[in-house]
Ligand binder design. Structure first.
Ligand code: MG
Length: 378
């Protein structure tokens, strides 16, 4: 399918912060995707927690498999809407690069530790990874990605942070948060595909872990309808296959819903190009009914999975690991590796410590905590 006029066209990219000549065979967005896959931060995603800690089981999602699922859903929807699949893939694979070890628990602790030093936010950190922290090129820090990829990676941004970004990069990726504009459709799509992916895989992992069961899940309307559908087609179905068939039904319904709702919104808004997309209200969306259903499922997962006592216990230990690490590194920057120590001598020790900790995998953080404190929390 040819690219739609409202898609991001790589040939019309706003470009990279440091100029580079075009590649002979690859589009600019393909190049970005390739750079992300070869980055160190990308490889670390395999050992970072989504909801369950990496060592709790081999079959739970990690940040890496989550990111691959977001890319799959995004590309599948994007292709039928005529969007740029390479850009979608690049944004999806990079969207969680700034996540700390131990999932959201880690982000909250680092934010609390960094309160007096500008805070910590994982979306901003993802941008910081691709703009600054990756050290792979002789001529620049980071991966020097295109504006459109960076725009998609920075999903959310507080006004204070947007003002700061605007100072360093006027009219750059912070500007839309000050102007109230949207990002490209490819970026809007990755955001929505993220939600579809984690709602579905957290149900799967939740049941697999024994923290949720299907009867309980059947009280959630979105799950209920596809559970009923699966049982109507296969009355004897149970266990793993019933769960998989239910989730498959949910995923398909959400994908088609997004495609239909977005097509109608695009038609009504009659946007001619990506600039008009940015100035229009958000066009990539669920139908109102699916939006309500997805929000209700999220609420259920929040109450029954993310706040489950067992998940909470792990969360508390994870918080202690990161809080201790931060305290120790700030007090003894000599414990940091050389490259972080160098940036710390440039007068921002807490930020260097946060960068180092945020980059850790779950198991590295646990080992490092053990080495520095002598405590075994996991
Ligand atoms: Mg995500």
């Amino acid at each position: 399918m040819p690219l739609a006029p409202y898609a991001c066209h790589a040939s019309r990219s706003r470009g990279r912060r440091v100029f580079e000549p075009a590649a002979p065979t690859r589009s600019e967005f393909q190049r970005d995707r390739d750079r992300i896959i070869h980055s160190t931060a990308f490889r670390r995603l395999v050992y970072k927690t989504q909801v369950f800690l990496n060592h709790e089981g081999d079959l739970f999602r990690t940040r890496l498999t989550h990111s691959l699922e977001v890319a799959q859903l995004g590309r599948s929807i994007g292709r039928s809407l005529g969007l740029d699949e390479d850009l979608i893939e690049a944004v999806a694979l990079a969207h969680d690069l700034g996540h700390t070890p131990f999932g959201h628990a880690g982000q909250d602790v680092l934010d609390e530790c960094m309160k007096a030093h500008g805070g910590f936010e994982h979306n901003l950190q993802s941008l910081r990874v691709v703009d600054k922290l990756e050290q792979r090129y002789p001529a620049f820090d980071g991966l020097n990605l295109c504006f459109e990829t960076r725009e998609g990676i920075l999903k959310h941004c507080a006004r204070r942070d947007a003002l700061h970004l605007e100072e360093i990069e006027p009219g750059g990726v912070g500007a839309r948060f000050l102007l109230g504009h949207q990002p490209s459709l490819e970026a809007q799509l990755c955001n929505l595909a993220d939600e579809v992916a984690y709602n579905a895989h957290d149900i799967d992992d939740g049941v697999r872990s024994g923290l949720l069961d299907l009867e309980q899940l059947a009280t959630v309307p979105l799950v209920q309808s596809y559970l009923k559908e699966a049982l109507a087609a296969y009355p004897a179905l149970q266990g793993k296959r019933l769960l998989a068939e239910t989730i498959r039904g949910m995923l398909s319904a959400q994908v088609y819903d997004i495609i239909d709702a977005t097509r109608s919104a695009l038609q009504a808004a009659a946007v001619a190009d990506v600039e008009e997309v940015r100035q229009a209200p958000a066009l990539m969306a669920f139908s109102p009914a699916m939006r309500a259903a997805s929000t209700e499922l999220k609420r259920f997962l929040f109450a029954h999975l993310y706040r489950h006592p067992q998940v909470q216990t792990t969360r508390m230990r994870a918080e202690q690991v990161l809080r201790d690490l931060f305290r120790i590194y700030v007090a003894e920057p000599g414990q940091l590796p050389a490259e972080y120590r160098e940036s710390a001598s440039a007068n921002d020790i807490p930020r260097a410590c946060a960068d180092y900790i945020a980059g850790m995998t779950d198991r590295f953080a646990i080992r490092e905590h053990q080495r520095l404190t002598g405590l075994t929390l996991f």
